[in-house]
Each structure stands twice: as C-alpha cells, then as structure tokens.
Design a protein around this ligand. Structure first.
Ligand code: PEP
Length: 262
C-alpha cells in the first residue's frame, strides 16, 4: 500500500530561527505516523540546521530546487549532489521556478535526472495557467511537461517519482475561484495515463501523484480521498502549524480508512 504524502513547501518564507520555532511546534503536535510520509521543504539556507532538529521518523526533508550539474563554477547554486545526504526529496519545476526564473522543459528534465542520479526523489510540479485552461490547452501543457521531464528516466526510476499536479490558477488563491476536486481527479488520472503510455502499467500505478493548490484543512479531505490521489503539496497553510497539523491528521485518517477497506 502506498503511503500518502503531505509536503510542506515553505517557499521563501521563515528565517532560520522562525523555521526552528515552526519545527518545534510541529514536533509538539504531529505524532509519528508510520503509514504516511510528512515532508518539509524549507529554504536552502535552513535545510542544514533543520536537518539537525527534526525527528527523522516523523519528518523527511525536501529542497525546493537544485542545480543539475554535480559540481563546478556555478556561482550561487547548490547541486543535488551536495544535498544527497541531507534530503530525501526535491521539488522540481515548481510554477514559481517556471514563471519567475523562466525554467524551461530541458532544464527541468536535467534537474529531474540529476536528482535521481543522486538518490533524491523528485517531486515534479506540473500544471497549466488560467489562460491555457481557458483555451483548452491544459492537457497539452500537462502532457508536454510530464513527457519531457521524465524522458531521461528508466521505467524503474519512474516508479519512484512523485508528480504534483498544481494548476497555476489554483495556487495561493484562497479568495479566488476554488478548484473542483473532481476536475483535479481527471487531471491526475491523465498524468497517470501519460506515464502508462510511456512506461507501462507498473510504473503508472507505483508513481505517486499529488494535488497542490490552496489546500487547507477544510478541503484537504476532499482531495486526499480522491481515487488515485497519493497526497497533497501545501504552500501557505504549511506555514501555520495548526493548519498543517490538521492536514496531516486528515491524511492519516484517510490512509487508515483506505487500508481498512483494502
Ligand atoms: C505551492 O506553492 O506549491 C502551493 C501549493 O501553494 P499554496 O498551497 O499556497 O497554493
């Protein structure tokens, strides 16, 4: 049985001491749940100190990015090779990277490959803009992003990957038009279908597909209960220990119910 994954993307928030306080609160409130995985993605600066503070049975770490070369004169960058003993996961291709830093398909493909080469599981983010959705382009965009990002991986490597469907129009839009869980399910099924066509049934069913976009405690259950949804990627709500704890507890509950019915 696959474990539900709850990923906290802290983005460029929290100083080292603020991150440390949040970790302290999370330790107070989140118990060790062996049937789900809780992953924290702090800033590059705080990864190392946080790694010394977390109970690794309760929390795993992810970086929010990484550089695809292992070593060299790439001033300002941190490679996946440098993070290999620090993190289990890396968020790759987040829409913030695609939009603000103009990361294209080839760079994201190289990052995915570099993460895998260094024993780090990529959490590949894909998703369309509002415009692309309005123009009926969502499927094409998702298809291109997934196909190109995984194109250098073997079927065995693909089985371990995590793909987060994060429609850009749904990210941090707590007062905008909410996404509908049934639409999100269709998009997640489509991602699995792409993997199946490229790498076969086993790769498609073993790869984990998450939903991300303004998830909060009040709607987390709806997303986490969708067939084929292996977890959630949480941005803003992960900075609030009460909200994040509630989302983790909901994931644990949904996982247990699913296991009872298996
Ligand atoms: C994100 O940035 O990955 C994200 C899902 O953010 P939010 O939950 O704030 O929409």
């Amino acid at each position: 049985m696959k474990k539900k994954l709850v990923v906290a993307n802290w983005k460029m928030h929290l100083s080292t001491s603020e991150a440390s306080i949040l970790v302290h609160r999370l330790h107070e409130h989140i118990k060790t749940h062996r049937t789900i995985e809780v992953v924290l993605a702090p800033s590059m600066l705080t990864l190392q100190p946080i790694s010394l503070e977390i109970d690794s049975r309760r929390f795993k770490l992810a970086s929010q990015d990484g550089y695809p070369k292992d070593d060299g004169p790439y001033t300002g960058e941190v490679s996946f090779a440098m993070m290999r003993d620090l993190v289990d996961y890396s968020i790759i291709g987040h829409s913030a990277r695609r939009i603000y830093f103009e990361e294209g398909l080839e760079l994201i493909r190289d990052k995915v490959q570099a993460a895998v080469r260094n024993g780090i599981t990529p959490i590949l983010c894909v998703g369309e803009t509002k415009n692309e959705r309005a123009q009926g382009e969502a499927k094409r965009v998702i298809h291109d992003q997934v196909t190109s990002a995984v194109s250098n991986l073997t079927a065995e490597e693909i089985e371990k990957i995590v793909i987060a469907y994060e429609p850009i129009w749904a990210i941090s839009t707590f007062d905008g038009e909410p996404s509908k869980p049934e639409d999100m399910q269709r998009a997640m099924e489509y991602i699995r279908q792409i993997i199946k066509e490229l790498y076969g049934e086993a790769a498609a069913s073993n790869a984990r597909v998450l939903y991300g976009g303004s998830v909060e405690p009040h709607d987390a259950r709806a997303y986490l209960s969708l067939p084929g949804c292996d977890g959630v990627l949480v941005g803003a709500a992960s900075l609030n220990y009460r909200q994040f704890t509630d989302i983790v507890e909901i994931a644990y509950d949904v996982q247990n119910q699913t296991e009872d019915h298996a």
